[in-house]
Structure formats: structure tokens, C-alpha cells
Design a protein around this ligand. Sequence first.
Ligand code: ADP
Ligand code: MG
Length: 593
Amino acid sequence: MTSPRTLVFAAVAVLLLALPLLPVPEFWITQLNLIGLYAIVALGLVLLTGVGGLTSFGQAAFVGVGAYSTAVLATKLALSPWLGLLVGVVLTVAIALVLAAITLRMSGHYLPLATIAWGLSLSYTMANVEGLGRYDGLLGIPSLEVFGISLHEGRKVYVLIWLVALLAALATLRLLDSRPGRAIRALKGGAAMAEAMGISTYRYKVVIFVYAAVLAAISGWLFAHYQRTVNPTPFGLNRGIEYLFMAVLGGVGQVWGAFVGAGAVKLIEDQLQVWLPALTGTQGNYEVIVFGVLIVLVLKYAPDGLWPAINRLVERWLPPPRRRKDWADAPRLAERARPHAGEVLLKVQALRKEFGGLVAVNDVSFELRAGEIMGLIGPNGAGKSTTFNLLTGALPLTSGSAEFAGHTIGGLPAREIARLGVSRTFQHVKLLPEMTVLENVALGAYQRGASGVLRAMLRLDREEERSFFAEAERQLVRIGMGAQLHELAGNLPLGPQRLMEIARALCTDPVLLLLDEPAAGLRHQEKQALAAVLRQLKAEGITILLVEHDMDFVMGLTDRIVVMEFGTKLIEGTPAEVQASPAVRAAYLGTEH
Ligand code: ADP
Ligand code: MG
């Protein structure tokens, strides 16, 4: 069954593509051509900046690479535009990879600065290299020919431009709704969590940077053959800022917002070109100042941009489709072999973490055997969460060692520890509030699949997706959240958010599960249900290390307990031994014994 939304989308697409057949004035065709070309670039920024949280001012320069590559090849060497497209895209990918390699491993503002530098250096090159025609640019670029049809008129290029724009939008939508897409959506605000699920966030930053650059280059290629001439002006830093403004104004992170933003900016630009010279009495590039001010105003007063408001109208007529439950018969994801019960699974020796002068974890040692539930308790600030962070690679350790199932994990990056079968929840819940509970949990299954960006765009990943969602639902049902699959994770109360994190961790098919205060915020009955689930997991051969303040919960559930205080291990023993210990009582009551 096709949803009404899909039908309306198809109808609008057909209407848009057939527009030149109608008696639309030439002026509007020209405007729409430019809007389509802008939207292709803005679409890349929606993914890069809106979804991924990475800012680039250099998109116009990538448009320039696409335009100049084909212009040079066509005018100087009389080569085919298709070869020009290939060369432009390859060159763009190479430049984007170099910029990514230099800046994306560093945090902070290196990428925006590097893209500004890149934009300026390309402008300088275009304007000063003799072979590129300097400020005059290159003339006499041939128009495109597709299936023997010459696209020498605006009305004909229009169809190609909008076909590319709509296909790019469709590909981006599909990408966002996939295994790599969920990883991309985790980049902004969920990087630590994503790494703990086995995702290389660096890799996906590179992916979206290259993707956005390639869309820009394709737009440039279309532009060059449409205008039949190129010069440096449309590829400068000013235009780079305008592209960013389109993405922001349209609606950060909204695919259709790219089109709204491109349209709005084009219309504003036209008006400014009429009004500004009249107001200032001079011919100058004052638009960029106005756009700068507008960006600040939009970010301050309408940070979500225009699309959400339009979308509310759309949703009134066409409610968003619920994800259809089509995964009932999906094949089960492969599972890991579990170690034999009683084998030493985790061996922690003299584990140490110093934060400046503070010793948060002070040479702590313990062993955890397969199939055990171990409690890690101690007053606030004892170093329990820091111990978790060291064992899962969220923090580098100062000294000591940790071995898991024969692998040295102390000092490994979080995602590599996750791939070995260590999964965790966080004391301060880390989820993606705009994603449904089901999608958040499916993120946990990331490392059990293989579908990449291309498969996602071509929708060749649906079989694997069904398996992901079947697994996510199974884990959610087991944890008692089967009724909340389609709620937005951000709308859940804290207790269920914690349960959702456990389901997400279970989706990774863990051998060792580290739970940081899983019962906090749960009601009595919910705690009992959680304890039952954890016992069930133990019966299935999962080993659990658990931080928890509710002593009834810990004492009733665990096989052994490690008590920490001020970073140091106080004692280790069975629940009964720990309860009987005067030292533990002193630690909790704060009295000397
Ligand atoms: P617990 O989980 O047992 O309550 P934590 O492991 O969170 O304790 O904290 C142990 C100590 O380390 C505390 O004094 C805390 O303030 C400090 N600490 C934790 N994380 C950091 C950090 N990233 N930077 C500096 N100090 C930290
Ligand atoms: Mg803690």
C-alpha cells in the first residue's frame, strides 16, 4: 500500500517536472532553475549542518570546482560534459577528503575556518590563473545533451535540474532513514553514545562532508552548462554564506527546508538587488551584509526555520505515516558466542584515573566472571561512573590495565571495546530526543549490520532494516516498553528513558553489560520488573556490572559486590559480607568506626 503522502509527493514531483509544458513565463522558469540549483547545494548543507552539526562556508567553492572542471575540459579540450562531471566530482571528493582529514578529527571550529580558507583560496585561484580566464572567466561552454535532446533552452535544462534536485532529496530522505542515517543523526549531540554503540563518528562526519561537497559540484556542473559561461563571482565566499543561510532559513535538518530556503533566499536576493542600490545610491555588494544580519535574526528568533511552520499545515491534511510494522517475519540478526559461565571475563588491575590533582579511580582491581551479576556501590563521587568510563573507553586511563575476554581493552577507543561485546548505559541518559524509541534502540544494533550509504539511498537495505527493527522491538518488549515503540524518545519520563537505554544496549548483543544506575527514577514495581529482566539476562549468559544506589535492589540481585569510596576499593564480597562490614557502614553513614 502506498501512503497518501507518497502519492502527493509523486504528484507534486510530476507537476514540477511538467511545469515547462505549461505557459509559465520565461522569467519564472529562469528563477526556478536557479532555485533548483541552489536547493541541490542547500540539501547537502541540510545534512552536513542541520543534521550533522558541521558548518561549512565553502560550499560555493565546491560548486565552483564542479563548474570550472567541466568548463575547462569542454572549452580547452572539447571533451564531453559527462567527462567534465566525472572529473569535477572526483576532484571535489579529493579536496573534501583532504579538508576532512585535516579538520574533522579536531573538535571545535576548525572545519568552518578551514572551509573559509578553502573558499578564499579557490576564489583567488579562479581570479588569477590565466588558464581559468581570470575575472572574465570562460566563455562558450556547450549546452548539455541528454538522450540526443539538446538542453539549450532554460525550459529544457529545467527538467534536468529539477530531476536532479528531487532525486537528491529522495536519496537524502532515504539515507536519513537507515543504518548509516541513524549514525549521522547521532553526530550532533550524541557522539559519545554513538561511539559506545560501535559507530565511528569520524567516518560519518567525513561521509556527510563529502556528500554535501559532491551535491555542490553537481550543481556547479549543471550551472556551467546552463549559463554556458563561468566566472569567479558566483563561487565566492559571499555565496558560501548565502548557501548556509538557505539551509538555516529553510529549516535546520529538514530536507524540504532546503527548497523553501533556496526559494526564499533567491526572492530576497532579487528584491535586495532592486532596493539596495536605490537606498544606498551606490552599486556595491551590500546583500552580504543584509544576509549576515538576517542569519543572526533567524538564528535568534526562528531557529527552526520556515519548514516546520509549513509542515504543520501539511500535516493537517496529510498526517505523517506511522512506520508500518513489517518486520514480524524478519530474519534474526546473528548472535555472538557467549563465554562459558565461570570463566574470568573481565580482569581489572590497578585501574587509575586522575583529573588534574583529583584521583577519581585509585588503583582499583577486581575480576568479573562470565554469568555473574556484580554490583559496584559507593557514595556519590566514589568513582563508579568514572570506572565505567574507563572500562568502556569513554575516558582514557591514567594507568593500570583492563582485559576483556583475552583482549586488552584499557586505552582502546570506545567503539572498538563495543565491537568486542561490551555495552553500557549512561548515568546521565544519552538519547536522540527527535527519534522514536524504536529508532533509538535500533541504533544499538548498528554493528550487527553492514548496509552503507549507497545501499540506503537505493533502498537495498530494507531486509536488514526489518531485522534491526524486529530486534529493537524484541528488546523493548522484554524490558516492558512494547507500548511506546513510536513515541519520541525525548517525550518519555526519565525512568522509561533509562529502560530504553538498556534495550539499546541489549540490541548490541552484549557479552558484558554495564548499567549505571538503571533503577533510578523507576517506581517500586518497575524496579522489580527490571530485576526480573536482569535475572533473565543472566540466565541467558550475559554478564552484568551494575552501579546502583537502591540497596534492596543491589543486595537482592547481585552475586558479588565491590564497594568504592573516594576512588579506592574498600572491600569486595557477597551481599551478605558487604552488609555485615563495619567499613561499608561507616562509608555510607560517614562515621568513623
Ligand atoms: P560516582 O559515579 O561514583 O558518583 P564519578 O565517577 O562520577 O562518581 O566521579 C568521581 C570523582 O571524579 C568526582 O569527584 C567527580 O567530581 C570527578 N570527576 C568525574 N568526571 C570528571 C571529569 N570529566 N573531570 C573532572 N572530574 C571528574
Ligand atoms: Mg555515577
